[in-house]
Design a protein around this ligand. Structure first.
Ligand code: ADP
Ligand code: ZN
Length: 697
C-alpha cells in the first residue's frame, strides 16, 4: 500500500501537473490530512491554493473554502474545473436557481471543493455536518482581525466553525507577516493551538530595481519597448497622474488603461477584465488596483512614484511573477515624491509611525547594497547573503573619491546659511541664472557655479547620498532646508574623506535587459497565441488554460509526444487530454522549422510513435512520413527500412522493374502494375533498396 505522502505526490502530478512541492506545501498538506488546525503564512505566489486543494481531493467530503473576494471565486473554480476537479462557488451574486443547483450537488457529495463568501456562509450552514465536510479553508484570514489592514465584519462569525465542527480541520491562510495579526487570527477562529507554518517571504523571481525618478517617461518607453507582449502595472500616486500617463502611453503607440477609485464601477470592472484576459497589457493605476486580481503572468511592475511604506511596496511588486517566472520590478525614486508623501502624513493621526515607515522606504530606495537583504530584514527574516537578482547585486555601485565635491556642497550649504532646500542648493552649485537665484543675490557667493560640469540630476543624487551618509540633514518641517551635521564639519575643516557612488546610466541598464529578453522570443509567442485562442473559445482567462510557467516549460522541454507533454510542469491529466494535440502541433511545427522535416518524423518514430500517429500529429500523409525515413537512410542514418517492406515485396518490385523496363517513367506505371494494391511509398522504397537511389513520383 502506498502512503498518503506518496499518494499526495501522485495526485499533485495527476491534477495539477507538478512534480514536487514548493516549500511548506507538503508539511501543510500532511497536517491537514492528520486533521490538524493550522495557520499558513505564505507570500503571494507561494502556492497556497494547492495546500488545501490537494487534501480536499484526498479526504472524503467537500472542502469549504471561505474567500472574501467574489470576483476571484469564479477564476478559482474555473481553474479547478480545467484540472478536472469538481468544484463550485456560492455567493450572493448568483441567481437562486444556480445556488440551489450547487446545494443539490453538495448534498449529493458531488463536489470536492465549495467556495463561499463569508456573508453567504450562514445559508450553507444547515447543509453542513461533520460527515460531509472534509475541511474548512479560510483564505485571506487576516480579514478576521481588526488588527489587519483589511477587516471584514462577516469574517467574525467564522469563530463558530470550530465550536460547531470540532473534528473538522481548519486551515487558515494569509500573506500578512505581522505577528500580532497572526495571534489574533487564531484567537478569533478559536484555534489558538493551531500549528503555524511560516514560509519565507523571499520572492526570488522578482528582480528589484530602483532608478532616480528623473526623465521617467522616456525611461518607461524604453522599458516597455522590449516588453510589448507582456502584462504589467504602473503605479502612480494620484488619480490624475494615472490618466495622464495612460494617455501619453497610448499616444506613443502602447495599449494602456487607467484605473483608480474615481472611475465608475462598470468601467473599472471592464478595465480589470481586459487586463486579466490579456487584452490590455498595461494598466496605469493608483493603489486601488490589484486587490482581487489573481493574474499569474504579470511580468513587471513599475512604481512611477515611491510608495509610502515597504509593506505597500512589497504587496504591489508582489502582484508580478505569481507564476514564479522572472518578473521585473522598477521603482522610480524622487525627492519630490518624498515631500508629497510627507505632506499626506502630516495630516494623519498616526504620524510618528508613518514617518518612520516612510524613512525606511526611503532607505530602501537609496540602498547601495543588496536590496533583497534590506527587504527581508525589514520583514524580520534575517539573511546576509546577497541575492544576485537586484540592481545592486547585478551591477554593484562603483565608488569614487567624492571629497572635493562634498566639500563644495558643504561649503555652499554653509554660505546659504543653512536656509535653503535642495533645489536652490543645486542651482547655486551649478551657477543657474534664474530669478530665484538673482532675487536673493546668490550669484555673488563664493560657491556659485562651483560644480558647473555635473548635471542637475546627478548633482541632486550626490546630495541625496550625502544626506544618507549623515553629512547633511533635511529639515522637512522647515521647507526642507539643508543643514550641516558634525560630519560635514569634519569634511570642511578636518579633511575627512568621502566616498560617493558613481551614478548608473539608466539607458545602459535598460539595454542590457533587452537583449536577454529577446533571445527567448519565437516558440513562446506561438504557444501564447494558441493559449489565447483556446481561452477565447472557452471563455476563461488565458492563465486558466496554462500559466506562463507551463508555456516556458514546453519551450524548454519541446515535448513531441503525449507522454512527453505530460512531463511539462503544469500539465496534469485533464489538460493533457484537452490540449496535448493542439499544443504538440504548434511545438512540432516550430521544431520542424528549426529541424529538417524528415529528421523530425524520424525522431518521433524513435520515440515510439507509429507512422499513422506521426502523420496525424504532423498533419502530413503517411506516404510522406515513409519518404522521410527513406531520406534519413539516404543521408547515412542507420534506419532499418526492411521493417517497412518485406523481402517478398522487394522481389515483387524487382520483377515489376524488369517487366516494365526502362520506359517506366515515375511510379505510376508500377502503381498500375500492382493493380493499385501496393502503396506509392512502398514502391519507392523497394526501388530505392534495389537500386540504391531514389525515384521521384
Ligand atoms: P498564492 O495563492 O499563494 O498566491 P497560488 O496558489 O496562486 O499562490 O500559486 C502560485 C503559483 O505557483 C501558481 O501559478 C501555481 O500554479 C504555482 N504552483 C503551486 N504549487 C506548485 C508546485 N508544487 N510546483 C510548481 N508550481 C506550483
Ligand atoms: Zn541583491
Amino acid at each position: 500500500m502506498i502512503s498518503s505522502q506518496e499518494q499526495s505526490l501522485i495526485l499533485l502530478k495527476k491534477y495539477f501537473g507538478f512534480d514536487a512541492f514548493l516549500p511548506n506545501q507538503e508539511a501543510i498538506i500532511n497536517s491537514i490530512l492528520d486533521r490538524k488546525d493550522l495557520l499558513g503564512i505564505m507570500p503571494t505566489g507561494g502556492g497556497k491554493s494547492v495546500c488545501f486543494q490537494l487534501p480536499a481531493l484526498q479526504l472524503s467530503g467537500t472542502a469549504i473554502v471561505i474567500s472574501p473576494l467574489i470576483a476571484l471565486m469564479k477564476d478559482q473554480v474555473d481553474a479547478l474545473s480545467a484540472n478536472g476537479i469538481p468544484a463550485a462557488f456560492y455567493n450572493s451574486s448568483q441567481a437562486t436557481e444556480t445556488q440551489n443547483e450547487t446545494l443539490k450537488k453538495l448534498q449529493a457529495q458531488e463536489l470536492k471543493l465549495l467556495y463561499v463568501a463569508p456573508e453567504s456562509l450562514s445559508f450553507l450552514m444547515p447543509f453542513l455536518n461533520e460527515e460531509n465536510v472534509s475541511l474548512f479553508a479560510v483564505d485571506e484570514a487576516h480579514c478576521i482581525s481588526a488588527w489587519g489592514h483589511d477587516f471584514r465584519p462577516a469574517y467574525t462569525q467564522l469563530g463558530q466553525l470550530k465550536d460547531l465542527f470540532p473534528n473538522i480541520p481548519i486551515a487558515a491562510f494569509t500573506a500578512t507577516a505581522d505577528s500580532a495579526t497572526q495571534d489574533d487570527i487564531l484567537k478569533q477562529l478559536h484555534i489558538e493551538d493551531a500549528e503555524r507554518h511560516i514560509a519565507s517571504f523571499d520572492r526570488k523571481n522578482l528582480f528589484l530595481e530602483v532608478r532616480p525618478g528623473t526623465k521617467r517617461f522616456p525611461q518607461i518607453v524604453q522599458f516597455l519597448e522590449s516588453r510589448t507582449d507582456q502584462s504589467g502595472i504602473i503605479y502612480c500616486l494620484s488619480r490624475k497622474g494615472t490618466e495622464k500617463l495612460a494617455e501619453k502611453l497610448n499616444s506613443n503607440g502602447f495599449t494602456a488603461q487607467a484605473y483608480h477609485a474615481g472611475i465608475d464601477t462598470e468601467t473599472r470592472n471592464r478595465v480589470q477584465e481586459d487586463f486579466v484576459n490579456d487584452r490590455t497589457p498595461i494598466i496605469v493605476a493608483t493603489i486601488a488596483f490589484g486587490m482581487g486580481i489573481d493574474k499569474s503572468n504579470v511580468r513587471w511592475v513599475i512604481h512611477y512614484n515611491m510608495p509610502k511604506n515597504i509593506e505597500s511596496y512589497y504587496q504591489e511588486i508582489g502582484r508580478s511573477g505569481r507564476d514564479r517566472l522572472p518578473a521585473h520590478t522598477l521603482l522610480f525614486y524622487s525627492f519630490a515624491d518624498v515631500i508629497t508623501l510627507r505632506k499626506f502624513i502630516d495630516e494623519s493621526q498616526t504620524k510618528e509611525v508613518q514617518l518612520a515607515k516612510l524613512e525606511r522606504m526611503q532607505q530602501f530606495a537609496e540602498a547601495l547594497s543588496c536590496r533583497r537583504i534590506a527587504l527581508l530584514n525589514y520583514f524580520g527574516e534575517h539573511v546576509s547573503e546577497s541575492c544576485g537578482n537586484c540592481d545592486n547585486c547585478k551591477t554593484p555601485p562603483q565608488f569614487f573619491d567624492g571629497t572635493i565635491l562634498a566639500q563644495k556642497v558643504c561649503s555652499a550649504v554653509y554660505r546659504l546659511k543653512e536656509q535653503e532646500a535642495l533645489t536652490m542648493l543645486v542651482d547655486v552649485l551649478r551657477g543657474a541664472q534664474n530669478a530665484n537665484v538673482f532675487d536673493k543675490d546668490y550669484q555673488h557667493i563664493k560657491t556659485y557655479g562651483a560644480v558647473k560640469d555635473v548635471s542637475w540630476q546627478d548633482m541632486q543624487q550626490y546630495i541625496i547620498q550625502m544626506v544618507n551618509q549623515g553629512i547633511l540633514e533635511i529639515r522637512f518641517h522647515e521647507n526642507g532646508r539643508l543643514l550641516l551635521t558634525p560630519l560635514a564639519k569634519q569634511i570642511l575643516f578636518e579633511d575627512r574623506k568621502v566616498q560617493l557612488a558613481t551614478l548608473q546610466k539608466a539607458e545602459k541598464l535598460a539595454k542590457k535587459t533587452k537583449r536577454t529578453e529577446q533571445t527567448k522570443a519565437g516558440l513562446f509567442d506561438k504557444l501564447k497565441t494558441l493559449r489565447t485562442e483556446i481561452a477565447v473559445e472557452e471563455k476563461v482567462p488565458a492563465y486558466i488554460v496554462f500559466s506562463d510557467a507551463a508555456l516556458r516549460d514546453m519551450e524548454a522541454k519541446l515535448p513531441e509526444t503525449e507522454a512527453e507533454f505530460m512531463e511539462v510542469s503544469g500539465v496534469g491529466e485533464a489538460k493533457k487530454d484537452k490540449y496535448a494535440t493542439r499544443f504538440l502541433k504548434v511545438i512540432n511545427a516550430w521544431v520542424a522549422s528549426k529541424q529538417s522535416t524528415h529528421e523530425l518524423s524520424f525522431s518521433l518514430f524513435e520515440k515510439g510513435l507509429t507512422v499513422p500517429e506521426i502523420a496525424e500529429q504532423r498533419g502530413l500523409k503517411k506516404d510522406t512520413i515513409y519518404g522521410h525515413f527513406q531520406k534519413m537512410h539516404q543521408e547515412g542514418e542507420s534506419v532499418d527500412l526492411h521493417q517497412f517492406i518485406s523481402e517478398e515485396e522487394i522481389s515483387k518490385v524487382k520483377k515489376a522493374k524488369i517487366e516494365l523496363g526502362d520506359e517506366a517513367e515515375g511510379l505510376k506505371p508500377y502503381f498500375q502494375y500492382f493493380d493499385e494494391q501496393m502503396p506509392y511509398w512502398k514502391i519507392r522504397m523497394g526501388l530505392y533498396l534495389l537500386g540504391g537511389q531514389s525515384v521521384k513520383n
